[in-house]
Design a protein around this ligand. Structure first.
Ligand code: NAD
Length: 538
């Protein structure tokens, strides 16, 4: 690993000369086409310099992964599990260092970065033991002296493309179960978090993962990501798993579809939270503030539409605005008590600042807080950081929004919330289900009948009752419906279906040729005359 002094950002750490990782070797350090990873809290701090992977790099990685697949699939699953266990052990040992790197590269508060690494540790714990299961079934046969069995088989080379907002947890959700199931991997991490990806690869190496099982090609979406997608058409990839925007996910789904592959697509969200008139308002305000502004709203599960019963709406909004104004924004590398840090990248900040245009000239919409880029002149109270050199923004709240408004329909991926006022649960659920997305959702109520209706009627992959829209556990299915995903799931036993195919085997010990459906004795002995009246109909 090559590191060099970083004159402007030395207080944050050195600058990494990054590379691809193909067949157990770091490569491409001297590539012509490169991109930089900058610390979004302090843009003068260059976290690293990385090559933009070409189609040739991706092809090489796929071929290496194809070769490694032959041996890796034959490695007993419990031994694969042992390596996964070692990865988890090393992650635990390196948790603080890795968390600090996540905070430096994408600006997450440290406690959230630690949570991310913990999610990867938990994923390893779950899948280490899955190596001792990966159960198939024994199935009774219609025929005598015959046995039926099912096996889970790995798929081959898996192509992974991931987003930068969960640069550690989300890749672990894909890589760990995929390799446990016997697949090999070509991973294109986000250009927003290439140094975090590099550190993940270092942990896999240190754990003794054989060369070629996990390969990484650094780069940008339009060049390197597109090359990974093109590898599906070339027959180099048997499974694609993508986490990112719905727009890119839809294009990847088309390519997978024409190759008759089932992609895993984990996409965007415009997540609703309903607060009913019987709810504990203080608990709901706390949940909404965390859901809306945690990670500066840059989570797929961030709260987008806050659907308030009109009886509690005024009280709720006044508390919510006060709490939003009291959030501590700043550089999470400098202080641990930051509520939220910077936007991860310039493009997210630009999109956030531009989303105000969606509200302009729409009748009835009131801007209660208009989030802006934070500068030395407008820095909110308690701001801790270098505003001029960071991508910091303040929070937004719009009130009087209707579900049909562009503001309520568009994923912004920033710290902004729309208040939608409703009169009863029917209106609330219509609003909650009123976007094309369906990732996460929440309701605050103490009424068991409303709780039951919400569970049955909400159209989302994940729902919280009296809790925020965000949060995941390594053994619970994660994913969405509609524009949020194609129904595949990450985590727990459910993700195993994404990385294996079922193989049915029959073993005939009869010594002859027995034909199912045709030669079953029981079918031959049936009393057909009982149905003879039916022949008149045929
Ligand atoms: P994005 O789609 O622009 O990028 C995600 C990844 O795809 C990156 O690695 C990028 O390089 C790559 N990419 C971009 N264009 C590509 C192309 N044409 N071909 C192939 N690859 C390409 O997403 P983003 O804006 O960086 O990330 C934020 C989005 O991700 C939000 O919509 C958020 O909701 C979503 N997200 C979803 C989940 C989930 O689990 N559902 C988790 C995190 C983020």
């Amino acid at each position: 690993m090559r590191l060099r002094e970083n004159p402007h950002g030395s207080r944050y750490g050195k600058t990494l000369t990054g590379a691809h990782f193909i067949g157990g070797k770091f490569k491409g350090e001297n590539a012509r086409d490169k991109f930089l990873s900058l610390n979004p809290s302090y843009l003068k701090d260059v976290v690293g310099e990385f090559p933009v992977g070409t189609e040739k790099d991706v092809e090489e990685a796929c071929l290496v992964a194809r070769e490694a697949f032959k041996k890796w699939r034959a490695t007993p699953a419990p031994l694969r599990g042992e390596i996964v266990g070692k990865i988890g052990h090393l992650l635990r040992e390196q948790k603080e260092m890795l968390s600090r790197l996540i905070t430096r590269e994408i600006g997450k508060p440290l406690r959230e970065s630690r949570g991310e690494v913990q999610e990867a540790i938990d994923t390893c714990a779950f899948f280490q033991s899955e190596g001792r299961r990966l159960y198939g079934q024994t199935v009774p046969s219609e025929l005598r002296n015959k046995e039926l069995e099912t096996y889970r088989r790995p798929l081959g080379v898996c192509g992974f493309i991931t987003a930068g907002n969960f640069p550690f947890a989300v890749p672990s959700w894909k890589i760990i179960p995929a390799i446990l199931c016997g697949n090999t991997v070509v991973w294109k991490p986000s250009e927003d978090a290439p140094a975090v990806a590099h550190s993940f690869i270092n942990v896999l190496r240190a754990a003794g993962l054989p060369d070629g099982v996990v390969n990484m090609v650094q780069g940008t979406g339009p060049v390197t990501g597109a090359a990974v997608v093109a590898a599906i058409d070339k027959g180099l990839i048997q499974k694609i798993s993508f986490t990112g925007s719905s727009q890119v996910g839809m294009k990847i789904g088309e390519v997978a579809g024409r190759n008759l592959q089932i992609p895993s697509l984990e996409l965007g969200g415009k997540n609703p939270m309903i607060v009913m008139d019987d709810a504990d308002v203080d608990a709901a305000v706390t949940g909404a503030v965390w859901a809306a502004y945690g990670t500066a709203g840059q989570r797929c599960t961030s709260l987008g539409n806050l659907i308030l019963h009109k009886k509690i709406a005024d009280k709720f909004v006044s508390k919510f605005v006060k709490k939003a104004q009291a959030l501590v924004i700043g550089d999470p590398n400098l202080r641990e008590d930051i509520s939220f840090g910077p936007m991860i990248s310039e493009r997210f900040m630009k999109r956030y600042l531009e989303h105000h245009k969606l509200a302009k000239k729409v009748k009835g919409i009131k801007c209660l807080l208009e989030g802006q880029r934070i500068t030395d002149k407008n820095a909110p109270q308690g701001f801790a950081g270098d505003a001029k050199n960071g991508l910091f923004v303040s929070p937004t709240i719009y009130d009087g929004v209707s579900i049909g408004d562009a503001l309520a329909q568009t994923e912004v991926f920033g710290p902004t919330v729309n208040v939608i006022r409703i009169s009863d649960f029917d209106e609330a659920i219509a609003a909650a289900n009123g976007t094309k997305y369906g990732l996460s959702s929440a309701i605050y109520t103490n009424n068991p009948a409303i709780r039951l209706r919400f569970k049955n009627e909400i159209s989302a992959g994940m729902s919280s009752i009296n809790n925020s829209t965000t949060g995941a556990e390594a053994h619970l299915p994660f994913g969405g419906t509609g524009w949020s995903g194609n129904g595949t799931r990450e985590s727990g036993v459910w993700v195993i279906d994404a990385y294996t195919r079922w193989h049915a085997v029959n073993i005939d010990d009869s010594g002859g040729l027995q034909l199912a459906q045709i030669e079953t004795e029981e079918a031959a002995e049936g009393k057909a005359e009982d149905l003879s009246g039916l022949t008149a109909l045929a």
